[in-house]
Design a protein around this ligand. Structure first.
Ligand code: SF4
Length: 439
């Protein structure tokens, strides 16, 4: 397959990004080359997200468009993987709606991806492989990473939390932690290859190790990694508020290379709604934790996710969310209107909030969140931050962009390479971006 090109389109979270990098690694081992153009591709893969209905609709639309390419190039292979087809009902719908789809596979099928490739390309088979149970973690799959200076490293797969709105435990399976030595060796190899930053990935990173039957926690793992020479920055995604320990907070504060940014999903500020979401913390518990983080980690930014209009959310519940936002003053937040996911308990709740009310609450929340984002950015004016260069800005390639340790996006001018660490003084800001200059 040495003369073939592939094109991967990834939707959703960093876990999907990491899966796409594994698939790209397998393809590159088989001699495939990546292409930016769908017209040059012999294989197009969509790695999909099932978290929101809107994303799913977009993916159906995209697949419809791509199928037209088969009229010009009948040899073109089109496949879909990830969380969407992991739901058997959706996989069957995809098969019916797009009978010329060549490859449909689930989140647990990556170890067999190479065999599936042979079946599609050599045997011209249509392949449909959805395992409904997650297997053991396969350690030796190759990776073709997008960046050369920062990398995602999976530490857990799956989730045991079963938040009542979330499809993830149903499509990613129960929580499985990787062996600490495998993770540490992967990070050592990355550092030796010139990587400066790693982001540890898991649906609930701070419950890492609970299934390993040994005394080794997420804090232990972070500590080991923080001691590695040459690793400038460690990030992690996503911690669950119920599992953040004092030891973890201490550790982040102590080690300069563990970034002082915590993404702490709130979801709702109402204890009643949190109970119905099965989040296992209360409004008061969350507020105490946020205060501990602010007190315990120097200059730490806190970002969050918030859902409005969860079934049964009253005006008073929403007012609680507003109160938490006003108290914590989040440095940034991803905000969403609740959308039903089939197969989750909340989709069947009878007290769904009307769309119009969800929209109004979302609008009010976004306005408030943006005020705090702006205030957080304005507080940076005149200060100097170490910024890791990511490369040309996506919006304006004539300037560069990078991130502070606190995960703020900075734009600036200069001649730097991705991975360079530059001290920049902030002279201008909006809610979303800082502008800096060298000093
Ligand atoms: S913690 Fe909750 S929201 Fe996060 S992946 Fe698990 S079930 Fe979903």
């Amino acid at each position: 397959m040495h003369d073939k090109n592939y094109h991967i389109i990834t939707y959703g979270c960093q876990m999907n990004q990491a899966d796409s990098e594994t698939i790209a690694g397998i393809l590159s081992n088989r001699g495939f080359k990546t292409t930016d153009s769908i017209y040059q591709a012999d294989l197009i893969l969509l790695i999909t997200c099932a978290v929101r209905e809107h994303a799913e609709q977009r993916i159906y639309g995209k697949l419809g468009e791509l199928m037209q390419l088969k009229n010009i190039n009948p040899a073109l292979v089109i496949g879909i993987g990830g969380c969407m087809p992991q739901q058997l009902e959706v996989a069957n719908k995809l098969r019916q709606k797009f009978p010329r789809l060549d490859l449909i596979f689930g989140t647990h099928n990556l170890p067999e991806f190479e065999t599936m490739l042979d079946r599609v390309f050599a045997d011209r088979e249509q392949v449909f492989e959805i395992h409904d149970i997650a297997g053991r973690i396969t350690e030796d799959l190759p990776k073709s990473r997008i960046d050369r200076h920062k990398a995602y490293v999976n530490i857990t797969f799956g989730c045991n939390n079963f938040c009542t709105y979330c499809i993830v435990p149903h499509v990613r399976g129960r929580e499985r932690s990787r062996n600490p030595n495998d993770i540490i060796n992967e990070v050592i190899n990355l550092v030796q290859s010139g990587y400066q930053e790693v982001t540890l990935l898991g649906q609930n990173v701070n419950s890492y190790g609970l299934d390993l039957n040994r005394d080794f926690s997420f804090a232990d793992l972070l500590k080991e990694l923080a001691m590695l020479k040459g690793l400038s920055r460690i990030r992690f995604m996503t911690p669950h508020p119920k599992d953040i320990s004092d030891r973890l907070i201490d550790l982040i504060n102590k080690h300069d290379n563990i970034c002082n940014h915590i993404h702490l999903p709130l979801q709702s500020g109402s204890s009643a709604v949190l109970r119905r979401m099965n989040r296992k913390y209360s409004k008061e518990g969350y507020l105490q934790l946020a205060q501990k983080i602010r007190d315990g980690i120097a200059n730490c930014t806190i970002t969050t996710d918030i859902i409005v209009g969860f079934p049964g959310e009253s005006e008073a519940d929403f007012a609680d969310t507003i109160e938490v936002v006003n108290t914590v003053k989040f440095d940034a937040a991803f905000t969403f209107a609740y959308s039903k996911r089939k197969g989750t308990p909340a989709a069947g709740y009878s007290d769904q909030v009307p769309q119009m009310i969800k929209k109004q609450r979302l609008h009010r929340l976004i306005e408030l969140v943006q005020q705090y984002m702006l205030a957080s950015n304005q507080a940076c004016l005149g200060q100097t931050f170490e910024v890791m260069v990511d490369g040309p800005s996506k919006k304006d390639p004539s300037i560069l962009s990078g991130r502070t340790k606190t995960n703020k996006l900075v734009h600036f001018a200069g001649q730097y390479q991705a991975g360079d660490l530059v001290d920049l003084k902030i002279y201008r800001t909006t809610s979303f971006v800082l502008w800096g200059e060298t000093i």
